[in-house]
Ligand binder design. Structure first.
Ligand code: FAD
Length: 289
């Protein structure tokens, strides 16, 4: 473990100040399930942890008439344990329910999963499918960035020095819409996705009016696949259009070979999971899921 200073922030303003003072090698500490391992193994240069879990608004799930705002440090178990989230955003409940195991879910946060910016992060394709937006605060003020535009390369993202995510916002789904997320892993749990996929659909009878498709672990960042959405929008949902969207996801995937899976397997899984999630999202859009 490298020597690391620790400070606990209790307000957003204090965290901004501490992170700015800490400079390039200061890091927010949420659940610590990624960053403590990285510091221990010296995989990242870190000399300062700013603990953000004691800032009240970062630990709240706040429902309102138009959606839900999830504090960036809220642990997974409070997300999939929230009855309204399970009912209204089941794709998010599904993704947070499989991150690590029970012990990890007691600490691991949605903000940490996003800001760690792993290409295989499980919640990110679900958040992209749901059109989530990250609220960022920093020395120059506040800004909102769609999760779809947040990650820039493996382990990197749009955050500048002193900036951090305070919350992630999910708008209420439109009538006739549904979303789904799934991953493939060789074991039942405690593994990193070989591929994961999130899909959002809005249907008008059987015609697709809107769609978003995102796949993970197949490129340097979680990948938005507009070609897969275009294969669906304006068309009747059929085996042919679903297969065309699956083919588009397969074509967009740019995976690597590693110990978890080969390029060929990952491309194949991109198609399989995309098609499966289109069908599940459609079921949910019809109120069947
Ligand atoms: C045994 C084990 C199993 C795991 N299984 C999975 C899995 O199945 N799927 C999966 O996707 N991941 C998995 N992970 C990785 C990890 O648990 C998740 O990525 C988790 O969501 C990270 O959240 P955290 O709160 O612990 O983040 P931390 O470790 O506290 O932080 C992660 C990174 O994000 C930064 N950060 C955290 N919060 C913010 C914020 N609000 N603003 C700006 N930067 C921030 C930190 O500085 C750090 O760089 C696993 C990890 C372990 C140890």
């Amino acid at each position: 473990m490298q020597p690391v200073k620790y400070q606990r922030a209790t307000t957003v303003a204090e965290a901004v100040r501490l992170l700015q003072e800490g400079g390039e090698y200061a890091r927010p500490l949420a659940g610590g399930t990624d960053v403590i391992v990285q510091a221990r193994e010296r995989r990242r240069e870190i000399d300062y942890f700013v603990d953000i879990k004691h800032i009240p608004e970062l630990m709240h799930v706040r429902h309102d008439a138009n959606g839900v705002t999830i504090g960036a440090a809220v642990p997974c178990y409070l997300i999939y344990g929230d009855a309204e989230i399970v009912k209204t955003w089941p794709a998010l409940a599904d993704a947070t329910h499989v991150i690590g195991g029970t012990a990890i879910q007691g600490r691991a946060s949605l903000g940490g999963n996003l800001c760690n910016s792993s290409p295989a992060a499980d919640s990110i394709p679900a958040m992209i499918a749901l059109g989530a937006v990250a609220h960022i605060v920093g020395p120059k003020g506040e800004r909102d960035v769609p999760v779809a535009e947040f990650c820039t390369s493996p382990g990197r993202n749009v955050l500048g020095v002193g900036e951090f995510v305070t919350a992630i916002r999910f708008a209420k789904p439109e009538p006739g819409s549904g979303a789904a997320w799934q991953r493939f892993i060789p074991r039942n749990e405690m593994d990193i996705a070989v591929v994961n996929a999130g899909v959002y659909l809005r249907l008008d009878r059987n015609t697709v009016r809107d769609a978003r498709v995102a796949i993970g672990a197949v490129a340097p960042t979680p990948l938005v696949v507009p070609e897969a959405a275009q294969a669906l929008v304006g068309k009747a949902l059929s085996d042919q259009t679903i297969a065309a969207a699956g083919d588009a996801a397969k074509a967009a995937a740019r995976p690597i070979d590693d110990m978890r899976g080969s390029v060929k397997q990952r491309r194949h899984l991109s198609k399989v999971l995309t098609e499966r999630m289109i069908r599940r999202a459609a079921e949910r859009a019809r109120g069947q899921g």
